[in-house]
Design a protein around this ligand. Structure first.
Ligand SMILES: [Zn+2]
Length: 188
């Protein structure tokens, strides 16, 4: 990530909106944003595949459900945050059971870049299907988009819900229904 260029661009942006980038409160802003961007866009520099580690045990092709993994991402259309939770359901292939924290890491890496909610789900499901070779993978993402809250139609509190299915959850209606039911259950 080119921090120097980010600093320059943020300074230009401040001038372009009619601000004085040298006034007290804004002086350090380009520096702060360039530091922050390397954190919130860290997913551009990390491969989610690199964090996958498996437990060798041959599980019995049962569903594994991890609910409400919190994430923060940036909408690529407006560079404003969208954030919420991702719930994942997958059926591991024999010897391909993922540590639960690995799923959270994958969500985090895929979220930390200019992103779309729909693509975030598709990327995670693809990793589970193609890299982890899961028999089936499903995700349900609920998120609030600041570009909807702060501008345009201004509907604060609106949640966007998206789903994505792969493998057996794509081909088998009964399995998909079951996964969706598990993923949509509200917290106790
Ligand atoms: Zn947006």
């Amino acid at each position: 990530m080119d921090k120097e260029r980010i600093r320059f661009a943020v300074r230009e942006l401040l001038i372009a909106i009619g601000e004085d980038p040298d006034r007290e409160g804004l002086k350090e802003t380009p520096e702060r944003i360039s530091n922050m961007y390397s954190e919130i866009f860290a997913g551009l520099e990390t491969s989610p595949q690199s964090v996958l580690k498996y437990f060798g045990e041959s599980c019995t092709e049962e569903m594994v459900v991890v609910k409400d993994i919190p994430f923060y991402s940036m909408c690529e259309h407006h560079l404003l945050p969208f954030y919420g939770t991702a719930s994942i359901c997958y059926i591991p292939a024999p010897g391909r059971l993922l540590g639960l924290s690995k799923l959270a890491r994958v969500v985090d890496i895929c979220a930390k870049k200019p992103q779309l909610q729909e693509r975030l789900g598709a990327e995670i499901v693809n990793i589970l299907e193609n890299d982890a070779q899961a028999i089936g993978a499903a995700i349900l993402i609920k998120a609030e988009h600041l570009c909807m809250n702060m501008r345009g139609i201004r509907k604060p509190g609106t949640k966007t819900v998206t789903t994505c299915f792969a493998g057996i959850f794509k081909t088998d209606d009964k399995a998909r229904k079951e996964a969706l039911q598990l993923l949509s259950l509200e917290k106790d």
